[in-house]
Design a protein around this ligand. Structure first.
Ligand SMILES: [Fe+2]
Length: 262
């Protein structure tokens, strides 16, 4: 197994077949590389839904999505398809499912049939986004929480509006495994910062969103069929670019269990 890092986040892991059961040493190396690099890329994989579930379990227990329905036989796997630019549900900066009390630690995407051009996914390092904020703003927001809501997902899924809910999470999250702090507000799901006026909350959020998605913190992934990519939702935000019109873009997606952010 080889690990080739990219900056400012991401690493390609090669010479490994994820359809096999991993040895303990490979398992540990992968977990370590994950915490160091935040996004891992495994190319040229051939994974059945069962293989994908087994591979995903390296990062936690696969979960069912609270809103989107999974595959009939494997409800933990969501099929991501291109429904055209009108339903570009993932073309916004976010960390997955932060409107839950315990958002997933990691997300795994596996490319089944992706366009030769377009449909890239952008990833941004939220440790760096936090580290390079001004000290004054860090101090001001240190113990504040933001309201995360599922409104946009309910709307896009055409789900029952009575399922709308919100939960408070810290503006800065401490990663439970690395102990490092990361920016944890997302343009997709955060409504406001508690304890500030609407005006101030709005102004600060605009600044934080621009910080979270800044180009100097990004890795852009160009998909090929057979790519499996996993990222750490505790310290990464992502954005699925919709620039491929109606071209087929099909991936399988799994999220794994997480814990309450602090
Ligand atoms: Fe996502």
């Amino acid at each position: 197994m080889q690990i080739k890092k990219t900056t400012p986040l991401g690493a390609e892991v090669s010479d490994i077949d994820l359809s096999n059961v991993l040895t303990e040493s490979d398992h540990n190396l992968i977990k370590e590389a994950f915490l160091d690099n935040l996004v891992l890329i495994f190319k040229n994989q051939k994974l059945t839904p069962q293989n994908l579930l087994m591979a995903a379990s390296v990062w936690g227990s696969p979960q069912q999505h609270p809103v989107f329905k999974g595959l009939e036989e494997h409800p933990e796997i969501i099929k991501i398809e291109n429904f055209g630019a009108k339903y570009h549900t993932n073309a916004h900066w976010h960390s997955d499912v932060t409107f839950e009390k315990e958002p997933p630690d990691a997300t795994i995407l596996y490319a089944i049939d992706v366009p030769s051009v377009g449909g890239n996914t952008l990833f941004a390092n939220q440790y760096l986004a936090y580290d390079s904020l001004e000290d004054q703003l860090k101090e001001k927001l240190e113990n504040l929480v933001a309201v995360n809501t599922n409104k946009s997902v309910i709307f896009l899924a055409g789900a029952d509006p009575s399922l709308q809910k919100s939960v408070n999470h810290p503006v800065f999250r401490t990663h439970p495994e690395t102990g490092k702090k990361a920016l944890f507000v997302t343009q997709a799901f955060v409504e406001r910062i508690e304890g500030l006026t609407d005006k101030e909350s709005g102004e600060i959020l605009i600044k934080l969103y621009s910080q979270a998605s800044h180009e100097r913190f990004r890795y852009e992934h160009k998909w090929h069929n057979g790519d499996m990519v996993v990222w750490d939702n505790r310290c990464v935000q992502h954005f699925a670019v919709h620039d491929h019109g109606d071209k087929t873009r099909t991936l399988h997606r799994i999220t794994v269990s997480g814990s309450k952010p602090y």
